[in-house]
Design a protein around this ligand. Structure first.
Ligand code: NAD
Length: 396
């Protein structure tokens, strides 16, 4: 079939297998061109199919030569429906990993469930014995609690008061005001249950109990802080409260793992175009302004550059991993440079529908958004008949 992008609201409901494969190849190539990392041997990535989790898996395999298990929630093609981008990304990753002689396996299903945890632990036992790095990179709008059966939904809302700021429809370039009502207590509770640290801790508990976590193992989850302009809706809003919970969980886990030489971290990463971040109001416009400035200064990074720097300089660099006063790893350090933030703030004041393409990299944002689904990628013939059915080499 001829596969074209189909958008509904801010999501794209189709994906292109060859385009996704090209995006994965590009990331693998980048990592292979860098210095090798003396890092983990056996890695579990939970949320491994797109964004930061996919990049973590690629760096583990092609930077450190590790065997990897990826857990993710993606669908294969069915009838006239293409597979999701994460499926095609993972299939391309696994084909390349296996070609390079690296063990790689996929578990597809709900990471929040007991069933998927048990299945993953059984796979670790049978194929790897133990893992020495667990990356937790799940971003989801919903979670069903495995013990109580309650289904929580996360919301992106401010706390305490109404928030109004500029936002953009990145398909049309229209800049408008977004006004978001504050969250209720229950929405806050549910968002923390979805995006906080409870599930991460459940994974580590289950793995410790089953004896599949190696002595001295490391675990890392990802967070975001960002600029003043998004604080009310992000860091000081419902998602920020969930991230506070995640960061507190890192402390608890670190105290526990420390006695066996292990470590737990939260790494604060840069704002990037991913399926998750494109759903947050205000953030796509901020990212567009940020991209233009960071590209001009030669400091721009994507997921793969961020994760390579995290692994090579922080998690597996010389000496202990450098952290800030709150114990967080900061690979958002370039984004948060005072001169960059001052320039973003200046541009922010001026942004309107009339000048958004000139003052920000909205076109770059839009293109990267479609590239997440394998579209607008150089070297792919989008008019060619394409088979949407792609097998997953390491599927268990
Ligand atoms: P993403 O949407 O690209 O990836 C999310 C991953 O989670 C996918 O692999 C998806 O399959 C998986 N997933 C979702 N629900 C699942 C479930 N129930 N079971 C198993 N897998 C599931 O997201 P991302 O932007 O890479 O975010 C990953 C982490 O990085 C999040 O904690 C996010 O807050 C953080 N982060 C993102 C940014 C950013 O700008 N994108 C910045 C800093 C930190």
């Amino acid at each position: 079939m001829i596969i074209q992008p189909k958008t509904r609201g801010f999501i794209c409901t189709t994906a292109h297998p060859e385009g996704c494969a090209k995006q994965v190849e590009r990331q693998i190539k980048y990592v292979k061109e860098q210095k090798g990392i003396s890092g983990p041997r056996n890695v579990l990535v939970i949320g491994a199919s797109t964004g930061y989790g996919l990049a973590s898996r690629i760096v583990s395999a092609f930077g450190a030569g590790a065997a990897t298990i990826g857990v993710y929630f993606d669908k294969p093609a069915e009838g006239a429906r293409t597979a999701s981008a994460g499926w095609y990304n993972s299939a391309a990753f696994e084909a390349s990993a296996q070609e390079a002689g690296l063990k790689s396996y996929s578990i597809v299903g709900d990471a929040f469930s007991d069933e998927i945890k048990t299945k993953t632990i059984d796979l670790i036992k049978s194929e790897l014995g133990q893992v020495d790095l667990v990356v937790y990179s799940v971003a989801s709008p919903r979670r069903t609690h495995p013990k109580t059966g309650e289904t929580f939904s996360s919301v992106i809302k401010p706390l305490g008061g109404v928030y109004t700021n500029k936002t953009v429809n990145f398909h049309t370039g229209e800049v408008s005001q977004a006004t978001i009502e504050p969250a209720t207590e229950d929405e806050l509770r549910q968002t923390i249950a979805v995006m906080g640290g409870e599930d991460w801790e459940m994974w580590i508990d289950a793995m410790e109990q089953a004896g599949v976590l190696a002595e001295g193992a490391t675990t890392v989850a990802y967070s975001y802080i960002g600029p003043e302009i998004t604080h009310a809706v992000y860091r000081e809003g419902t998602i920020g409260a969930a991230k506070n919970h995640l960061e507190a969980t890192a402390k608890t886990l670190n105290d526990r793992l420390d006695s066996k030489g292990g470590r737990a971290f939260v790494s604060v990463n840069k704002a990037l175009v991913t399926q998750s971040s494109s759903a947050i109001p205000v953030v796509p416009l901020y990212i567009s302004a940020l991209y233009k400035i960071m590209k001009e200064k030669g400091l721009h990074e994507g997921c793969i550059e961020q994760m390579y720097r995290l692994f090579s300089e922080r998690l597996y660099g010389e000496g202990s991993a450098p952290v800030d006063e709150k114990g967080l790893i900061r690979v958002d350090d370039w984004e948060m440079k005072p001169d960059i933030q001052a320039e973003v703030a200046k541009v922010w004041e001026q942004l309107t529908t009339d000048n958004v393409y000139e003052l920000s990299d909205l076109e770059g944002y839009r293109r990267e958004f479609f590239q997440l689904f394998g579209f607008e990628t150089d070297g792919v013939d989008y008019e060619a008949d394409t088979n949407p059915d792609v097998a997953m080499p390491g599927l268990r």
